[in-house]
Design a binder for this molecule. Sequence first.
Ligand SMILES: Cc1cc2nc3c(=O)[nH]c(=O)nc-3n(C[C@H](O)[C@H](O)[C@H](O)COP(=O)(O)O)c2cc1C
Length: 357
Amino acid sequence: MTEASGVLSPEQTAFLVRQRVARLATADAGGRPHAVPVCFAYRTGVVYVALDEKPKDVPPERLKRVRNILENPEVTLVADRYEEDWSLLAFVMVRGRAELLEPGIEEHGAAVRLLRGKYHQYERMKIEENPVIAVRAENAASWGALGVSPSAGPPVLDTIRGRRSARRYLPKPVPDEAVWRVLEAARWAPSPHGRQPWRFAVITADETRERLADAMGGEWRSNLTMDGQDAEVVEMRLEGSRRRLLDAPVLVLLCLYLEDLDTYPDPDRQQNETTMAVQSLGAAAQNALLAAYDQGLDAGWMCAPLFAPGEVVGALGLDPALVPQALLTLGYAEGDPPKRRGRRPLEELVVYRDRAI
Ligand SMILES: Cc1cc2nc3c(=O)[nH]c(=O)nc-3n(C[C@H](O)[C@H](O)[C@H](O)COP(=O)(O)O)c2cc1C
C-alpha cells in the first residue's frame, strides 16, 4: 500500500479527503491574520484550492488571500466536523507553504482535474483560467473522532455525486462491520423476480489475493499478447492491475448465479433472463459502492474477473455454477482521484420527453 505523504498520518488523510470545506488562514507581512472557507482537494501532501469567486473585473492577485500568500507563504488550513453529538467532533490542521500555480503548467492542469473530480460545480466554472493555490504540507495536527462516520449522512444525491472510483488506498484496515454494511446494501438491490441472482466472495488474506492476481494475470497476459501489444506495455499493465489487487484492504468479488432464474423454451427469452441478472448485479454493485462511500470508505470497480471467470472460480475454490463478473476494491483512498471524469449534461442524456420537466 502507498503512503499518501509522510506528513499526514493515514487517519488524518482519510478524514481530510472526506471533508467538503476547510478554512484557509493566511497572514500578511505584518502578521495580520485572514481566514476564509475554501473548497479543496488533496493529493500526496498537497492541498489545492481554486480561485473562483472573484468578480470579473477583479484580477485574482487582488484577493486578500492571494496578496497575503505573495507576501508571506506560511499558511494553515483546518478541516473540521461539527455535530451536536460531541463525541463526533474532529479536525485536521495542516500547516505549510502556499504557492500560486499559474495556468499552463502541468501541476495546474492536474489540480484543476482533481478539483473538478471532487466538485461537479467546478465543471461549469472557468477555474482553469485562474491560478490555483497549492499548499505543500509541512506538518499536521488533529484532534477528535477522526475515524468515526456520523450516522446521519448527506442526502442521497450528494452521496451519489460524491462517490468516486478509488485506485490507490491508504494502509488502513477496514472494520468488519463496514464490510458487512456494504454487503447488506448490495443484498437490497432490485433483482428479476426478486431472486437475487448474485453471490459475493470477500477476500482479505494476502495469499488469496496473490492466487487471484496470478490466475487473472495469466489470462490477461495471453489476451494482451494476442492483441499484439508490446511486451513491455503488457508487463506494465499487468503490474498495475496486480498492485491494485494486492494493495486494496478488501476485495469483494461479485458473481452471477443463474440457477434460480426462470427457464424458457426459446433462446431469446432465456437470454433476457440472463440480461436481467446482469442488470441487477450492476444495481447490487452500485448499492455497495454507495454504502461504502456513505460510511467514509472509498471503492473501485475492476472488470478483470469477467475475462478469466474459470480461473477465478478455480483460484478461490468456488462453486462452478458461479460466474465472476467484477471485483470491488474497498478501503480508504490515499487522496482525491487525479482523473475523475465529469458527466455529460442531462440534456444530452434525455433523448425524449413529452413535456418539460
Ligand atoms: C462495468 C464497469 C467496469 C469497470 N471496470 C473498471 C476497471 O476494470 N478498472 C478501473 O479502473 N475502473 C473500472 N470501472 C470504473 C470506471 O472507470 C469509473 O466508474 C468511471 O471512470 C467514472 O469515474 P467515477 O467512478 O470516479 O465517477 C468500471 C466501471 C463499470 C461500471
